[in-house]
Design a protein. Structure first.
Length: 495
């Protein structure tokens, strides 16, 4: 099993926030329980509230009891807590950074390698790194003790702000010290996309415009505004929150050329080529290339505009559907549909690659319930990467239905993680934090990758200028306009 060996102090800025309680601490705790953390490690929570170590430990213990993947028992919590410290400080106060640095200078038991995790609002990132640098908290690149900085998304809000942020950070850090996190890359099922495509012979030759009809990528969520997220989300919206990072990464992995190795540089280089070639599809037959939606009021469910700290006349999209295209030899002319939304019918993230129908129709296709069958028209082959839940890969093919007639029916060839392995899948943050501790940047996003992502988002805003979000019912699949966007195909709902 892989483990991190070098002693480290893990400093979390924004330690009392939701992400720390729900994801970061549970991931660190699981790594600790699995003996993947170094022997010597300390976690320092940096935040404004008045806690001492003991109170912080209690707060985190409660969070672990609620959110940890492994059941958190008293004995291991106590041991884990002996590695936790709290540092009270205000992000806008340089003295708080100075006193944190004094701790490193004065306490010889504190591991001197440091991983700084910025779980803070993106407009504070620049200043926080600046203050940390001035206080002496950031050691020079390529030296020990080392410093690495993990930055949460969104990284800027458009190309201009992302460029400025990248440039400003380079005044204090080398690119090799910056780990921009996109937690989708830490998901086991996402990493499997490349393995599945390039460790097999039979799929790769048909992944191109000759055989693929279109691709659909859906990330649907049933949740609305989780507590405390209203203000952030109202500023951000679905396009920036999900498409600019998670959905683009899925798109890159399913369409990129084979890398010439599995190292960070080779994989990122191929992803970059896709991002350069990616653009909103030209409007076809006066249909827009994008649909924006906002969830309306439902039974016992607030409309987005009624959510805590959301403006009552907000025009922020909580749903977006897009038609994109990749202008390269392999994919030219193949529509790529993306959609994501809050308060949708079902929590599901999947990529469906739909192949063309065979050139000649020899067979009648039927769908049957028991012995009752109806003609359906041809069902194309579809390859589905189910990212979550019910993780797996499914291939829909046509097979002769056993009977005295010669008709075919659509059947599934399934690989499901739970059917093959009884081990629970690791959480994305476990993998990513371990990689950052070991200094492996492969699953993190490089500065030019982030800038290219924003460049495409800017082009989408331009192509959809003036469009306002339309209402959709909570619990639905989004606005019906999204069905027109994908016509003559249809979204894979309810499957
Ligand atoms: C986060 C977004 O990056 O991803 C959230 O900010 C979203 O709005 C979350 O809910 C979805 O992640 P997952 O892993 O549940 O698909």
């Amino acid at each position: 099993e892989v483990k991190a060996n070098e002693p480290v102090t893990f400093v979390i800025f924004g330690a009392t926030g939701d992400l720390t309680r729900r994801k970061l601490l549970p991931a660190l705790y699981t790594l600790f329980r699995e003996r993947a953390l170094p022997e010597q490690f300390t976690i320092i929570g940096f935040a404004r509230r008045e806690y001492d170590n003991e109170e912080f430990c209690e707060l985190m213990g409660a969070a672990l009891r609620e959110h940890s993947r492994l059941p958190a028992d008293d004995a291991s919590l106590k041991e884990f807590c002996s590695h936790l410290l709290y540092h009270r400080g205000d992000l806008s106060d340089p003295a708080a950074f100075q006193s944190l640095n004094d701790r490193f200078t004065n306490d010889s038991t504190l591991p001197a390698n440091r991983l700084l995790y910025l779980s803070i609002s993106s407009d504070m990132v620049d200043q926080t790194v600046h203050f940390a640098h001035n206080a002496g908290l950031i050691t020079p690149a390529n030296q020990t003790p080392w410093t690495r900085v993990i930055i949460e998304k969104p990284f800027g809000r458009d190309l201009e702000t992302a460029k400025a942020l990248n440039q400003n950070l380079l005044a204090y850090l080398a690119e090799s010290q910056i780990y921009r996190i996109d937690h989708y890359l830490g998901k086991e099922t996402v990493q499997n996309i490349l393995s599945f495509r390039f460790a097999n012979t039979i799929f790769e030759p048909v992944f191109n415009r000759t055989y693929v009809d279109h691709i659909q990528i859906t990330a649907a969520e049933t949740v609305g505004m989780e507590s405390g997220r209203g203000a952030f989300y109202d500023r951000t919206g679905a396009l920036r929150d999900m498409v600019a990072n998670h959905l683009f990464q899925l798109l890159c992995l399913v369409t990129m050329e084979p890398p010439d190795g599995l190292n960070a540089a080779a994989i990122r280089a191929e992803k970059m080529k896709i991002l350069h070639a990616l653009q909103p599809a030209a409007s076809m037959q006066n249909r827009p290339g994008g649909v924006f939606g906002q969830y309306a009021k439902g039974d016992d469910i607030n409309a987005f505009r009624e959510e805590d700290r959301v403006s009552p006349d907000s025009q922020t999209e909580t749903f977006v559907a897009l038609r994109m295209e990749i202008n390269n030899w392999r994919w030219a002319g193949v529509p790529i549909y993306l959609r994501t939304g809050k308060r949708m019918s079902k929590k599901t993230t999947e990529i469906a690659v739909q192949f063309r129908i065979p050139a000649m129709q020899l067979f009648q296709h039927v769908a049957c319930e028991g012995d009752v069958c109806d003609l359906t028209g041809v069902k194309p082959n579809t390859l589905i990467f189910r990212i979550q839940p019910d993780e797996g890969i499914f291939l829909q093919v046509s097979a002769k239905r056993p009977s005295m007639q010669l008709v075919v029916e659509s059947v599934d060839m399934d690989f499901s993680y739970s059917g093959k392995w009884d081990k629970e899948l690791p959480e994305a943050y476990e993998r990513l934090l371990l990689d950052a501790l070991r200094g492996d940047p492969t699953l993190f996003t490089r500065s030019d990758e982030v800038e290219s992502e924003w460049q495409v988002i800017d082009a989408i805003w331009k192509a959809t200028e003036g469009q306002k979000p339309v209402d959709y019912a909570p619990g639905s699949w989004g606005p019906t306009d999204a069905d027109q966007l994908i016509a003559p195909f249809s979204w894979r709902n309810e499957q």
